[in-house]
Write a protein that binds this ligand. Sequence first.
Ligand SMILES: *Cc1c(COP(=O)(O)O)cnc(C)c1O
Length: 350
Amino acid sequence: MSRFLKEQYRSMEAYTPGEQPRDMQYIKLNTNESPYPPAPSVVEAMNAEQVELLRLYSDPTAKNLKEKLAGLYGVRPENVFVSNGSDEVLNFAFMAFGGQGAVFPDISYGFYEVFAELYAINAEKIPLESDFSVDYRKYCGKNQLVVIANPNAPTGMTIPVWQIEEIVKSNPDAVVVIDEAYVDFGGETCLPLVKKYDNLLVTRTFSKSRCLAGGRLGYAFASPEIIADLEKIKYSTNPYNINRLTLLLGEKTVDAEDYYQEKCRKIEETRAWTTAQLEELGITVLPSKANFIFMKTDKMDGGELYKTLKAKGILVRHFTNPRICQFNRVTIGTKKQMETFIDTLKEVIL
Ligand SMILES: *Cc1c(COP(=O)(O)O)cnc(C)c1O
């Protein structure tokens, strides 16, 4: 740390991304990327001509991509925001709407508390219930920025849309952010509520179900007024927040919806298979609607299991928070990868 850093950032703890090691070829089940490549039409859209066009700035209005997303999801382009990964729109939401404080679950996406600290927002972390579910009543009537991932991470568990509606309805003077990064793997979206309430912001990403984590593309739905606020922040930080190549690939991705739906169904199948295998081994698996499962075994400490699997070439994600340190989060890969995972696990714990 230099002596120049602002006082408020000196004790700030940055977000720790999942490791991306280069030392050997791992079966990488630690950062919830898709095991599948983007659709062929997306891959073919990239060529020398597109790279040469990088001399020009990208479209700051992202007009084409917004129109395509609006068409796919049945909203108006004024209801759509696009961002450099959904981390960026979450960042903007805390910056713009955190004035009265923020509430989110104690066990959730680790970035929320980093954003709260970055903007010196008073954050209340509401403990999940003992079964790791969210009790929606604890988020009602707060009139502070509410942020809930649905499905939640790293549990994979969902809350029903009617409970989200209760939260949105009971916080009319604050924004409610529902982070739907994993909704495409069998969850239920609260998007229809955007037409009914002017205080709901639904965030999504191309990183998981759209096989584009490295492209950095996120999007969000809300009332035109909330979208205008987010645009204002964007134009005050980085008007060209999405590069030309990613914009193009995003448009091609929306056009290839059927391909991605098929991949999502495949991941759901593999998730069901993996869960059944683990349960047969007596391992606890939380009910997941995401492209990962959250599991623990009483045969080995969570941190120990993480290290042992890594030594055998399988990367999973372990969190040191005492409430969940016995668990590991395992991304659903291809069926073959999951077979290797199960075989390795058997070697290790049986
Ligand atoms: C992965 C993830 C995101 C952000 O993903 P981006 O790559 O920034 O789009 C947001 N929320 C949750 C819960 C996630 O797991």
